[in-house]
Structure formats: C-alpha cells, structure tokens
Design a protein around this ligand. Sequence first.
Ligand SMILES: C[S@@+](CC[C@H](N)C(=O)[O-])C[C@H]1O[C@@H](n2cnc3c(N)ncnc32)[C@H](O)[C@@H]1O
Ligand SMILES: O=C(O)C(=O)C[C@]1(C(=O)O)C=C[C@@H](O)C=C1
Length: 259
Amino acid sequence: MNKPRKPSVPPEQVTDRLFATERRPEDFRFDASVARVFPDMIRRSVPGYTTIIPMIEVITEQYAQPGSHCYDLGCSLGASTLAMRHGIPHRDCILVGVDNSEAMIERCEHYIALDDNNLPVTLRCEDILDTELSSASVTTLNFTLQFVDPDQRAGLLTRIAKATRPGGVLILSEKIRFETESEQAIQTRLHHEFKRANGYSDLEISQKRTAIEQVLIPETLAAHKERLQAAGFDQVLIWYQCFNFVSMLAIKANTPDTD
Ligand SMILES: C[S@@+](CC[C@H](N)C(=O)[O-])C[C@H]1O[C@@H](n2cnc3c(N)ncnc32)[C@H](O)[C@@H]1O
Ligand SMILES: O=C(O)C(=O)C[C@]1(C(=O)O)C=C[C@@H](O)C=C1
C-alpha cells in the first residue's frame, strides 16, 4: 500500500477479555478476535512493551542507512512498523511490514493510514520464512521469532544476517526461558504478577498460558546469542530486559571480514 488512504472508521480500542471465561483449550492463533484486542493484550501481557516500541524508533534512527530496506517481520498492527517509520531519517528507505495473519494486516493498513508520517510502507501478508530480504539496514523481530518453528529459526536468522548491510542491525525481542529452574520460577511469578497488576484474573492467566504453551517456544539468552553469532552477526547485546522479556541488538560489523 504505497498511497496511504485515510479510513473513515478507525479501528476501535477494545479490552482483552478473550480468556476471561472458561473455554475449551485450543492453541493460540493470531485470528480476528486476537487482532481486535491486540493493542490492549500486548500492552498488558508483555512487561516493557510500552518502552520497547519508542526505543525501536531511537535505534532505527541510529542504524537506518540511505537507500536501504527496513523490515518489520511479524508486524501485527504495525506498532513496531510505525516506530521504525518515525525513526527512519532517509526519504529513500523502503519500509516493509510482513505478517501472515490476514486479520492483523487488514487492521495494520488502517493504523498506517492514520499515521501522519508519509514515508511509504509496503505491507505483505505472507510467511516471514518466505519473505525476500536484501540490502537491509534495520530489521525488527519484535516478539515474533518465538512463534516460528524452532527448527526454522537458524535459517531465517542466517537469511536476515546475509541480507544485512555492514553496519546494519537486527532488533530481536523475545520472551526467554532461564538456565535454572529457580530463576525460571521467580521470573515467571513476577511476569504473572505484572499481568495481575494489569487486571488479568488467575483464570485469564492460566488459560492464556495453556493456549500459548505449544506455539510460543522461548529459548535461553545463551541459545539466542550463540545462534545470532552463528548466523553472521558480529556483536550481540541486550539493550532491554524486564523479567522474562528481553530485547537484543545484533550488529553486522562495519568492515566486513575479508578472510
Ligand atoms: C507478538 S506479535 C508481534 C507484535 C508486533 N511486532 C508489535 O511490535 O506490536 C507476533 C506476530 O507475528 C506474526 N507471525 C508469527 N509467525 C509468523 C510467520 N511465520 N510469518 C509471518 N508472521 C508471523 C503473528 O501473526 C503476529 O501478528
Ligand atoms: O507470555 C504471555 O503470557 C504472553 O501473553 C506473551 C505474548 C507475546 O509475547 O507475544 C503472547 C501472545 C500475545 O501476542 C501477546 C503476548
């Protein structure tokens, strides 16, 4: 959608009550009912989300290169896409948002059109495992990799690293798991307390936990760092952590290796 159009009816902000009443256990999916409540759901479920989004703008401003591609993989309703759009200082950058949920992309188009920045955004409804990537300076995976089949993650990260220009970055935000059972238990409890403080009931917390168990597969920080390095990134650092949610910056060195 290269020409943003102003929609007559903006998407409404709806409170997430999807797990508030007892329901048949079913794997979590990014369908229309989730897309409808998603801004409220992610803000109340992910500690630090409301800090991470504006920081994606700050990081993008630092690393976006003239004439490059910037990708937001798993863009949902475009919160991270819009942060990138506002951070990109070059008019000739091409910003691409990708998501395989039709319900998300449909609503995302509205949010992009409502935004007053006019850098063109291309939205693609496709699997990020199939997205062609090239000449990238900033790529974002903001809580998306955790939903990708673990066997496919290394291949995807290698393609991203290969497509990234020297000096370019990947912003990778994930729910993580911990090396020891003791830390896992403490961080999980704190995450659940965060949800409680945001108005979720024990029933909502436990039903959501069951729904995401088979579809959101968290890994340790060590596993993430090792794989990012093996994929071709030269430096990996953590720029944000709150409980079991982290955001990493994977950087391609400015001078490519010659050997
Ligand atoms: C937690 S949401 C991402 C939130 C978003 N980046 C933000 O900052 O608001 C994960 C998104 O990834 C998408 N997704 C998961 N696996 C995908 C895949 N293989 N290809 C494309 N999109 C995928 C889902 O449809 C969902 O919209
Ligand atoms: O771990 C949880 O309980 C979550 O709800 C996390 C999470 C995520 O990290 O993406 C899971 C699904 C929704 O997309 C919103 C939040």
